[in-house]
Design a binder for this molecule. Structure first.
Ligand SMILES: Cc1cc2nc3c(=O)[nH]c(=O)nc-3n(C[C@H](O)[C@H](O)[C@H](O)COP(=O)(O)OP(=O)(O)OC[C@H]3O[C@@H](n4cnc5c(N)ncnc54)[C@H](O)[C@@H]3O)c2cc1C
Length: 218
């Protein structure tokens, strides 16, 4: 099967789905190829806190209605040093920005629904995705889907398939440029369903690091 589109997107995480929705809003055709099933992607638990820039982009993409109805807006954070809690306000009059608690699974559903409404579902369970002709005018993505070979000819290919995806390794090292910001610390997350944190977000700090408590939606 041969498909022609303007932008071929690899990966249907939030980046790929949102990009495709924004392109659609600007009248640009795209198709997403995703190696997992829709159910798998939809059920993958990850982000829960959306910063203002993310919420703004969802508005621009026309998929923020449920987010505004069901998301929990936080107007500040408490940071605790030596048992004393300091409240840092995000009130609009201070910063113009807030954070919203709204699960990545819900974001994914909203974006998938928007794709389904315009009859442009990603190609789920696309196996053995490969990129070729990357230096040419019309590069190609190929994959195996439903027992047949699919070839997607596009003007642009966007790799939204994460660090370990196929896109990064397909770019010849002679032209690959990377932009990183490496922070001198890491983090480890755990979910404590039975101990809801104090109102809003809180972090306790001491000499060896910090322990944040973040709310999640039910
Ligand atoms: C535990 C946890 C908590 C987090 N909390 C927050 C938070 O509170 N706030 C926040 O903003 N962010 C948070 N994040 C980060 C957030 O989840 C990621 O930034 C986000 O998922 C990145 O989206 P993405 O679309 O770029 O990549 P991904 O979500 O990784 O999507 C990549 C997609 O590409 C597909 N793919 C990979 N390889 C191929 C291939 N070869 N062919 C086809 N498809 C392929 C994958 O199946 C996947 O669907 C958290 C992450 C984790 C792990």
């Amino acid at each position: 099967m041969k498909i022609k589109t303007q932008v071929g997107i690899i990966g249907s995480g939030p980046a790929g789905l949102l990009l495709s929705q924004l392109l659609y809003k600007h009248g640009i055709d795209s198709i997403i190829l995703e190696k997992h099933s829709r159910a798998y992607v939809e059920g993958r638990i990850r982000a829960g806190i959306l910063e203002q820039g993310t919420v703004d982009m969802f508005e621009e993409a026309g998929v923020a209605d449920r987010l505004h109805r069901e998301g929990l807006v936080h107007n500040g954070i408490g940071i605790q040093f030596n048992d004393i809690n300091h409240r840092v306000s995000f009130n609009a009059r201070d910063t113009g920005k807030t954070v919203t608690v709204y699960g990545q699974t819900e974001i994914t559903k909203d974006l998938m629904d928007a794709h389904a409404q315009r009859d442009q579902e990603p190609l789920y369970e696309a196996k053995d995705v490969r990129i070729s002709g990357i230096e040419k005018e019309s590069p190609l993505i190929s994959c195996q889907h439903d027992g047949q070979t699919v070839q997607v000819a596009c003007k642009f290919i966007v790799g939204c398939d994460g660090y370990h995806g196929v896109s990064r390794e397909s770019i010849p090292s002679s032209i690959l440029q990377t932009f990183d910001r490496i922070y001198p610390f890491g983090w480890l997350g755990g979910h404590l369903a039975r101990f809801p944190p104090h109102r809003g977000r809180n972090a306790a700090c001491q000499g060896r690091g910090s322990a944040p408590g973040k709310a999640r939606q039910r």
